[in-house]
Design a protein around this ligand. Structure first.
Ligand code: SF4
Length: 394
């Protein structure tokens, strides 16, 4: 299990003496179950859990003293033992087209970004699950920054809290400005399984953000064993970062494919769908189109044949060039030709348009600032059995 929201027990002072600090429990990322266990350990009734969840997540209150329907004694007890600790907001930008971007600092000093994209009557917030990413996909600027650590559940849900608070969108009785959340920012969510599941459950909880399961999307590069387990614990929407119609090409673009090839990944994704009660649900297949790499008509035809048994819609994403990459954006001709072949084959296809250009908010630019821990990164890869697949150079 990955780290949870518990803060460090001991703090090293300048003289390297260990001074014991009172360990306060961060309630922000706790699932209802964990909060219930916490309140029961204090001898408190279960209904306190819902009250505190609503204060934190729906009213945006992080000071126990302001939680006026809790007894004075409980407020004092909570102030002694617990905290509601959020990432620190560093900056906020709004694009001419309404796209918004926040930079937040998390424990350890790294920064991560969230992006909000309004579209008609919906608005999607893209959040991160890790600081950096160990998977090193060759077209991804996050992958180039290395890996630092998993985000805690509090740091994941804290991104939604900050964005919703800043847009006055916490109150579930008002119109939702943030109607959808995608775990598509930095990191591979399935490599931070427990924290991601806790955070997604809060996104969907009636006493927290109350989003429907269809409006919370987990996007994965294809960590098959974790995907096999996912359907046992949640029923959120699923997106697969496919990006290639065959293993040879996908091995270059998504090195994880060497460990879990396309056939295994699609089998696992179909298994996820099979566990959902609603048999009409589909997976979203993400396909980043890169000029003269994976954008040819034969790639589109191969993709159409590959997905014939997978209930899905296909989201085409023009590659967004960045400094450390030699790849180029697909031409409009190739993009529309690719799309049309898939449509003719009977697929529902969407094109992701570039948004927030003036604030660098496009896909692949959710860079933040990662303090790469090379040794930690290597150890993490070894723990995850990923060392063997680290190849790349483009
Ligand atoms: S595309 Fe996703 S999985 Fe791949 S390196 Fe980037 S963040 Fe990681």
């Amino acid at each position: 299990m990955t780290k949870n929201a518990m803060p460090d027990v001991a703090v090293l002072d300048d003289e390297q003496n260990v001074s014991q600090s009172v360990e306060k429990v961060n309630l922000l990322g706790m699932s209802e179950q964990k909060l219930t266990a916490f309140f029961e350990s204090l001898g408190e009734k279960r209904f306190r859990v819902k009250q505190v969840m609503q204060w934190m997540h729906q009213r945006g209150v992080i000071d126990f003293d302001a939680m006026s329907d809790l007894s004075k004694a409980l407020r004092a007890k909570l102030a002694d033992l617990a905290e509601i600790n959020l990432p620190e907001l560093v900056s906020e930008q709004t694009s001419e087209d309404g796209t918004r971007k926040w930079l937040v600092k998390v424990a350890g000093g790294s920064c991560i970004e969230m992006v909000y994209i309004p579209e008609g009557n919906r608005g999607t917030l893209c959040v991160s699950s890790q600081i950096g990413c160990s998977l090193d996909c060759s077209f991804c600027s996050t992958g180039k920054q290395g890996f630092n650590r998993d985000l805690s559940a509090a740091e994941i849900i804290g991104q939604l809290w900050i964005a919703a608070k800043s847009m006055d969108s916490l109150d579930p009785t008002k119109d939702r400005i943030i109607s959808n959340v995608v775990l598509m920012g930095m990191g591979e969510p399935l490599l931070n399984f427990d924290n991601v599941v806790d955070a997604m459950n809060l996104m969907m909880h009636d006493c927290a953000y109350g989003l429907s399961k269809r409006r919370v999307t987990l996007s994965t590069a294809g960590v098959v064993p974790a995907l096999d387990r996912l359907g046992d614990v949640t029923d959120v929407s699923l997106a697969i970062s496919l990006h290639a119609p065959n293993d040879e090409l996908r091995n270059q673009l998504v090195p994880l494919n060497r460990k879990y090839p396309i056939a295994e990944l699609l089998r696992s994704a179909q298994g996820y769908l099979a566990k959902l009660p609603d048999k009409r649900r589909k997976i979203t297949l993400e396909y980043t189109l890169i000029r003269e790499v994976n954008d040819r008509p034969e790639h589109a035809r191969e993709l159409a044949a590959l997905l014939v048994d997978t209930p899905c819609k296909i989201n085409l994403i023009p590659f967004n060039p960045f400094d450390q990459s030699d790849y180029q954006r697909v031409s409009n001709n190739a993009l529309y030709r690719f799309r049309d072949i898939l449509i003719e084959a009977g697929y529902t296809v969407t094109l992701r348009t570039t948004r927030g250009d003036d604030i660098d908010a496009a896909c692949g630019q959710l860079a933040g600032q990662v303090n790469d821990r090379t040794k930690r990164s290597q150890r993490y890869r070894q723990e995850q059995g990923l060392e063997a697949i680290r190849i790349i150079p483009g």
